[in-house]
Design a protein around this ligand. Structure first.
Ligand SMILES: [Zn+2]
Length: 351
């Protein structure tokens, strides 16, 4: 039996969009944000607001690097950036199990003063790529309250609602990962490469694949699998694999407790030492997340070092848009990520 319609892969954004569709009261800040951008939904207001910022960004920095710089976004929006900028990029994002905080983006903060520009404080103690997503999330809050050149002096005094948090996080993804309507034969591999190229977390790129402006496919979930340190290393790989994080709207997936199925694509891809990708149609059951899906998988890292990770993205099959599409490419070996590993670490100007 098909579940409720999924509007976004990001569970918070999905819930917030469901609430708007049910006709529930929209928080004042988002209502005014919609009016400001002449939109009938908060997500379309976020799309318009971020598109305007990015248009100005490319006007001001025409030869800018393809990586959208948070510090420059702040210049465009008119925000002061405070706090210490992380000195280096740290490790490329695909080498890190970027388990997001329980409240993604809450680690940063934005202040609206009566005079002058709002200021965003760079969060301390989060790694480079997560800090970029966090700071962009705060820019998302700024956009919600910005009315032309001024700020709404009523809504800036209200605490941010959960719906506003979801919209700020969506705005962060739109700013740092602007590409819409992503088409790729393997979405898991695409997300991992995209995160590396755009210098964001794999979590942000995976959520971005299922954002409301990505209309090409119906995605139902994504799970990042890691090797559990609590399970003996002489057991089967499928027994050792457990979700590090997941975005499966409406489903319950126990983190660190469930394991991969023997013979599943995830278990097969994990069994290797090079980056490897594959796509397969499978009956899936992970916690309460269940159904027949086209599973996109990508694995990288080392089993012996305990750093092997597998990202799996679950595409719905009921969608008629899928008819007659590409052949599957299970087991296709990829060497795309060796390039990223050799990237020099820049000491400044990367944020
Ligand atoms: Zn926030």
């Amino acid at each position: 039996m098909p579940g409720p319609e999924i509007f976004a892969l990001d569970p918070q954004l999905n819930e917030s969009m469901r609430a708007e569709t049910r006709g529930e009261a929209i928080p004042l800040a988002l209502r005014r944000f919609q009016d400001c951008w002449e939109s009938c939904g908060s997500t379309s207001a976020a799309q318009r607001a971020t598109a305007a910022v990015l248009a100005r960004y490319h006007q001001l920095f025409p030869s800018a690097s393809p990586v959208v710089r948070v510090a420059r976004l702040c210049d465009v929006v008119g925000v002061r950036l405070t706090g210490l900028r992380p000195r280096s990029r740290f490790k490329p994002s695909y080498t890190v199990v970027d388990s997001p905080s329980r409240h993604p983006g809450y680690s940063g903060s934005v202040r609206f003063s009566r005079q002058g520009a709002p200021s965003i404080e760079i969060p301390e103690g989060v790694d480079g790529y997560r800090a970029r997503v966090s700071a962009a999330h705060e820019i998302g809050h700024v956009l919600v309250h910005k009315r032309g050149d001024n700020y709404d002096d009523v809504t800036t005094r209200l605490p941010a609602s959960v719906q506003e948090e979801a919209i700020a996080e969506y705005a962060a993804r739109l700013l740092l990962l602007p590409t819409g309507n992503v088409k790729a034969p393997n979405l898991a591999e695409y997300a991992v490469r995209w995160a590396s190229d755009a210098e964001v977390t794999v979590h942000a790129a995976a959520c971005r694949l299922g954002d409301p402006d990505q209309r090409y496919r119906q995605l139902n979930g994504a799970v990042l699998w890691k090797l559990s340190p609590k399970v003996r290393s002489d057991l089967l790989l499928s027994e050792r694999l457990t979700p590090a994080w997941h975005v499966c709207p409406g489903a319950f997936v126990p983190i660190g407790r469930c394991k991969a199925r023997v013979g599943s694509l995830v278990a097969e891809l994990a069994n290797g030492s090079t980056p490897v990708s594959g796509v397969q149609i499978e009956d899936v059951r992970i916690g309460s997340f269940a159904g027949k899906f086209k599973v996109h998988g990508f694995a990288w890292g080392s089993v012996s070092a305990g750093t092997r990770l597998v990202l799996s993205v679950f595409e719905g099959l009921a969608d008629t848009r899928l008819a007659g599409r590409e052949a599957f490419t299970a087991g296709e070996v990829s060497d795309v990520l060796t390039r990223g590993e050799q990237q020099p670490l820049l000491s400044e100007g990367w944020f």
